[in-house]
Design a protein around this ligand. Sequence first.
Ligand SMILES: NC(=O)c1ccc[n+]([C@@H]2O[C@H](COP(=O)([O-])OP(=O)(O)OC[C@H]3O[C@@H](n4cnc5c(N)ncnc54)[C@H](OP(=O)(O)O)[C@@H]3O)[C@@H](O)[C@H]2O)c1
Length: 326
Amino acid sequence: MRIGILGATGAVGEQMLKVMEERGIDCELRLFASQRSLGRTASYMGRDVELRVISDEGLRGLDYLLGAAEADVSRALLPQIQESGAVYIDNSSAFRLDPDVPLVIPQINGGDTLNHKGVVANPNCSTIITYMALAPIHRLSPLRTLVASTYQAVSGAGKAGLQELETQVDALRTGAAFTPAVFPKQIAYNCIAQIGGFDPEGYTSEEMKMQNEGRKILHAPDLKVTCTCVRVPVFRSHSISATFTTEGHISVEEAENAISASEGVVLMKDDVASPLDTSDQDLVYVSRVRRDLTSDNGLTLWCCGDQIRKGAATNAVEIMEYLMKH
Ligand SMILES: NC(=O)c1ccc[n+]([C@@H]2O[C@H](COP(=O)([O-])OP(=O)(O)OC[C@H]3O[C@@H](n4cnc5c(N)ncnc54)[C@H](OP(=O)(O)O)[C@@H]3O)[C@@H](O)[C@H]2O)c1
């Protein structure tokens, strides 16, 4: 088996290496990044693997390429990747809504993976965490509407986002000057209700993913979603408040039982899940399932999950494992 990782030096790429190693995926591994990383190595299963830039030769013979680069890089490299015959499992937003590209959370719509034409897309990180929590309820009665507010960690913006929070915290402690670069405002001791650019209706690109990607994953084209995405000064793990209605009535107990029985999700009934509880692991934690006081067939809940792992790297590795198995 020959596996490549594109963007292997980034927040998601490094985590892919870790997840693959944990799962004992023994393979010939090829690591790709930008020119900046040439000369560096990364360790995999006790071996040093050198970083290289993508080339026809580097891609030759690869079975799978896991993508962890930005959308523009992914788009630019796609023809070369497709030429190589490797199945490309991409974490960027480049191809998620392409009708020829399955958008997959294996625990929800793993079967869609098999319809791929060379590319499978990994959904947005908040979208994965939210629908991991909601899919068990959707299976009881279809979701109709969702109002979601996200509390997104700085590492969602990659290594540079992590560094910006650290730098600002240090600068505020020492009195040094700083200028926000990754985020539109100071993120230390603040929260910013803008992730991505605004559309003419005032929604951000990140917010619309919750509806557009959710519809595709759940096969629910009529699902209506209003979402507000907020960046918070948390290093890792996104949290989401989700209030939703279903076609039929679902009691709190039925919802909790469905969540408890679902693979990859944990009902944290006697505690309130927080990012620190859910960092550096693969499960999505759900707390505070309760009746929605504004509707008859509505519930509301709180969920948290590590967006670099289940929201990105782990989900991509699981897609690859699904393909290997089937
Ligand atoms: N962070 C998250 O929580 C998260 C969650 C879900 C999805 N995603 C998506 O996953 C992707 C990676 O995000 P990230 O957070 O890991 O970003 P990141 O930390 O900024 O890492 C970006 C990676 O892309 C590489 N790269 C940059 N330009 C390249 C080029 N021209 N050719 C090849 N490689 C290039 C970088 O290599 P160098 O080190 O050499 O520059 C680095 O390895 C993005 O599309 C992001 O939207 C991220």
